[in-house]
Ligand binder design. Structure first.
Ligand code: ADP
Ligand code: NG1
Ligand code: MG
Length: 483
């Protein structure tokens, strides 16, 4: 089942929910009037396919229940006021003139102000409408996606800001178009993300994960085994991706690896920078063969900037302008083999994960597992196959991609000790793991994590631990609530 390309974000009547009603009251206190509508955009957990969206490869996330909820008021002045129910986040006020004039102010490698994520979405929307709009906005935000934790709080903020602006200004846009727009818009914050987070924010469906492919953006529902439950556990280390150059460094290492592979294999491309998936496509080779090519054409453990310039026959000024970002231009050594190996092998794991889920669904419906005993065996086997792929993904992220964190590795190891497969999810360097459990194991698994990791290792009071570890099931994507 694929999500139709032209489907719009659903508009529902404002629900009588405690959180919405509270936000209404706070909005009224902040702005002295009622909000006109609400937008809600979920966070996500990526099940497999990490750090490969920006290389052009499919990924397999699902939306969370946790979300960014915005109460929106329209004003005639072309201005924007942004408030947060959590007062640790300061207010913002600005004039909306043109998107070209809208500065998303962040110093290189400095943690951006929180409202800049909202402004990224608004700026992208202003560009989309060619600066033709008639309403400014008063926004009040209530978010419960754990921030800087690999669960995509940033993209939920960007996407909610963009959606609020477009709906306020009566702009029709399909889910896939707004997802692509938000992916580009979030880059104003300084990170060169691939688009997974914004894609799942809009294209997610309840009960299913999504297999997301690019150019054109498409989401195909993936039914997960009925006996499987995904558990998210926080490492207690936060990682703001725009505050360091770690994320962009990986993006540009992949770009450089792709360009060298293209040059040395004679793969001619019109697009610059070329991606690792484009090189594969031009060469018309399997992922397995791309792994062989990486060993052959990128044999060194480290490449210096000078060596890369020599191979690509360009000077360092050109290298900077064509491939690097402002916060990576000073880097002098790059690990190209390791990053490219991770990408090609992770892309294989995504295919294997999806095919395993498809196989299970097929067997269920064509009757090859009609006998209850057989069906249970095939379900248990499936969970083991999927889990093994997740464990391998984590090993690769830790060893080849070097984006793990000691707390993430500890959580993964504790899980392994309980025969539960898990991996870091999102960009890494902190944030969360996602673990795949048999349904009947979940309670015990969560209890054990609380005891061994949060209480014994991190010295957290047991009563506080519920906020750090929770089971989750696939939720639906963005919604507008309007009367
Ligand atoms: P993530 O993995 O959560 O996407 P990022 O580093 O990309 O992490 O973005 C996290 C940043 O998003 C936070 O540092 C904060 O500025 C902003 N943010 C997330 N949630 C909220 C919220 N509820 N209210 C205000 N800002 C938020
Ligand atoms: P998080 O950790 O949620 O910021 C980032 C990127 C994704 C993807 C993952 C790694 C952004 C907005 N998000 O996610 O596109 O590359 O890392 O798989 O840049
Ligand atoms: Mg993010």
């Amino acid at each position: 089942m694929a999500c139709s390309k032209n489907e719009m974000v659903p508009i529902k009547t404002i629900p009588d929910e405690e959180r919405i009603n509270k936000l209404k009251i706070i909005y009224q206190e902040e702005f002295g009037r009622k909000p006109s509508f609400f937008v809600r955009v979920p966070g996500r957990v990526n099940l497999i396919g990490e750090h490969i969206d920006y290389c052009g490869y499919p990924v397999l996330p699902m939306a969370l229940e946790q979300d960014i909820l915005i109460a929106v008021g329209l004003i005639d002045e072309l201005e924007i006021s942004i408030r947060n129910v959590n007062k640790k986040y300061p207010n913002f006020y600005g004039i909306l003139s043109t998107y070209e004039d809208m500065q998303i102010k962040s110093e290189v490698n400095e943690k951006p102000m929180w409202y800049n994520y909202v402004l990224c979405g608004v700026k992208g929307a202003m560009e989309y409408v060619g600066n033709k709009f008639s309403h400014g906005l008063q926004l009040c935000i209530d978010g419960n996606v754990p921030p800087a934790s690999g669960l995509s709080s940033s993209s939920a903020l960007v996407s909610a800001g963009c959606l609020a602006f477009l709906f306020a200004n009566n702009v029709d846009i399909s889910k896939s178009d707004i997802a692509s727009l938000c992916a580009i818009s979030e880059r104003y914050i300084g990170t060169q993300g691939g688009g997974m987070d914004q894609a799942i924010a809009f294209l997610a469906e309840k009960h299913c994960a999504q297999y997301i492919t690019w150019k054109p953006l498409k989401a195909d529902a993936v039914t997960l085994p009925e006996n499987a439950t995904f558990v998210v556990a926080h490492s207690l280390a936060e990682a703001n991706k725009a505050a360091t150059n770690d994320f962009n460094c990986r993006v540009i290492e992949c770009r450089l690896a792709a360009q060298i592979l293209a040059s040395l294999t004679g793969a001619k491309s019109d697009s610059l920078p070329v991606t690792l998936s484009e090189v594969q496509k031009i060469l018309n080779e399997s992922l397995e063969n791309m792994v062989i090519f990486v060993h052959k054409y990128l044999p060194q453990d480290i490449y210096t900037k000078d060596e890369i310039c020599q191979i690509l026959e360009i000077d360092s000024t050109k290298l900077d302008s064509l491939y690097l970002t402002p916060n990576t231009q000073h880097i002098s050594e790059f690990k190209l083999k390791q990053r490219a190996l991770h990408v090609y092998e992770e892309a294989m794991r995504v295919e294997a994960f999806r095919n395993t889920c498809i196989m299970l669904t097929k067997n269920k419906f064509n009757g090859s597992a009609t006998n209850n005993g057989d069906h249970k065996t095939s379900l248990d086997d499936t969970v083991e196959i999927l889990g093994t792929l997740m464990s391998k993904s984590h090993d690769s992220l830790k060893n080849l991609y070097e984006c793990s964190h000691e707390n993430l590795d500890r959580l993964v190891d504790i899980s392994k000790g309980m025969n539960v497969h898990s991996r870091l999810t999102g960009a890494g360097w902190g944030g969360c793991i996602v673990a795949l459990c048999q349904k009947q194991q979940v309670e015990q698994y969560i209890e054990n994590l609380k005891e061994h990791f949060y209480v014994n290792h991190c010295k957290i009071d047991k009563v506080m631990t519920n906020q750090y570890v929770f089971s989750t099931s696939p939720n639906h994507g963005a919604v507008i609530y309007s009367d």
